[in-house]
Write a protein that binds this ligand. Structure first.
Ligand code: PGA
Length: 244
């Protein structure tokens, strides 16, 4: 990602109806390094509102299959058809609330690639794993098992999201973030020679306007994945502004 602007991704999770989504698009500044990931029901509204703007559209999850009898699921092809450029896979809320294993995440990332989407692939340890000191091993295992064949810096963006920092207000320290991002960059260099560029992962976990500049200043951080603070247009614009 060297030379590219740092990526600012809004993960709205299960928030915002179509009106709120359209209003949000009107209130933020737009740039090609900004990605909005609304719930499925607001994808088309956001797509229309983004017409002529540089900001990109993303989804929060996809199914591994292209089509079939999968009630309630959405395929990567459907997301591509809906105007998405990106899709988040392996978010910790999917891993913990929907029992998604790294193997399942790998299939989703492969499906995203097949559909021509860029997968934003999330990894991160729990509080228990951090306290036990096994956090780098956990992230290593997740990366080795979640990355599909053919993954490269062109079709995949890694995101380090420590579970204990998500939605808690407990942002990881600059030292914690630097340590893990350096670890990820080394791991990718050693295990994925075809990656094609230094692996500058995104950081996610209680990113807000007040801490975005400090986090984005870390050289190995390629951008931020923002949950709660992405719901407010002014707050999100301030975070995006910190990437300038
Ligand atoms: P948060 O969520 O910013 O609310 O901590 C981040 C995420 O889950 O991607």
């Amino acid at each position: 990602m060297a030379g590219r602007r740092k990526l600012i991704v809004a993960n709205w999770k299960m928030h915002k109806n179509r009106l709120e989504a359209a209003e949000f698009v009107l209130r933020i500044t737009h740039a090609e390094n900004i990605v909005l990931c609304p719930p499925f029901t607001a994808l088309d509204t956001v797509r229309q509102a983004l017409a002529g703007k540089a900001t990109k559209l993303g989804a929060q999850d996809c199914h591994a299959a292209t089509h079939g009898a999968f009630t309630g699921d959405i395929s990567a092809q459907m997301l591509k058809d809906a105007g998405c450029t990106y899709v988040i896979v392996g978010h910790s809320e999917r891993r913990s609330q929907h029992q998604e294993t790294s193997e399942a995440v790998r299939k989703k990332a492969a499906a995203a690639h097949k559909a021509g989407l860029i997968a934003i692939l999330c990894v991160g340890e729990t509080e228990k794993e951090r306290k036990e000191g096994s956090f780098t091993r956990v992230v290593e295992e997740q990366l080795l098992h979640s990355l599909p064949e053919g993954a490269s810096s062109m079709n995949t963006i890694l995101a380090y999201e420590p579970v204990w920092a998500i939605g808690t207000g407990n942002t990881a320290t600059t030292a914690d973030i630097t340590q893990m991002h350096d670890f990820i960059a080394r791991l990718m260099k050693n295990h994925f020679p075809g990656w094609g560029a230094p692996a500058y992962a995104l950081y996610g976990g209680s990113v807000k306007a007040a801490n975005a500049a400090e986090i984005l200043a870390i050289p190995t951080v390629g951008g931020v994945l923002v949950g709660s603070a992405s719901l407010d247009a002014a707050e999100f614009s301030a975070i995006a502004g910190a990437a300038e």
